[in-house]
Design a protein around this ligand. Structure first.
Ligand SMILES: [Zn+2]
Length: 141
């Protein structure tokens, strides 16, 4: 018996490849009702989506969103950056946690605009994660 809904993930999540976050981010998304989703994990999450440094990476991320839309009929994308991300040089590259949070918020807002411009029919959510005493916190921005 075919179950069409099992083939509709509804959401694609783009997050960093950093292993410290995966398990708990998945748990926390489930708690928010996002039980199944396509996952694209890349160093720096949205970093190369918005920088002109690696246009091929940006194109590939956008192509993955298109593939998820075509195959799994997603209606939303969630972009998740995190504190102390090695792709951005880690927390050491920032003067303070608040400066780091502000920077990532800007990155995520820019990424949201890029995804929104390419896929006006998709909802785009942005979230920020950090790790403290082994516990991941996931915050909607
Ligand atoms: Zn990272």
């Amino acid at each position: 018996m075919s179950d069409q809904s099992s083939h509709n993930s509804q959401v694609l999540v783009l997050m960093c490849m950093d292993f410290r976050f995966h398990e708990q981010v998945v748990e926390q998304l489930k708690l928010r009702g996002i039980k199944t989703f396509d996952l694209k994990a890349d160093a720096g999450a949205v970093k190369y989506l918005i920088s002109s440094e690696k246009p091929a990476v940006r194109d590939w991320i956008l192509e993955n969103i298109e593939i998820a839309r075509r195959l799994h009929h997603i209606n939303a994308v969630i972009l998740i950056n995190h504190l102390d991300c090695g792709a951005y040089g880690g927390s050491a590259s920032f003067q303070s946690k608040s400066e780091e949070l502000k920077f990532h918020t800007e990155q995520l807002k820019q990424a949201k605009m890029i995804v929104g411009a390419s896929f006006p029919d998709l909802k785009v959510g942005i979230m920020f994660a950090w790790l403290e005493d082994g516990q991941v916190t996931l915050k909607e921005l």
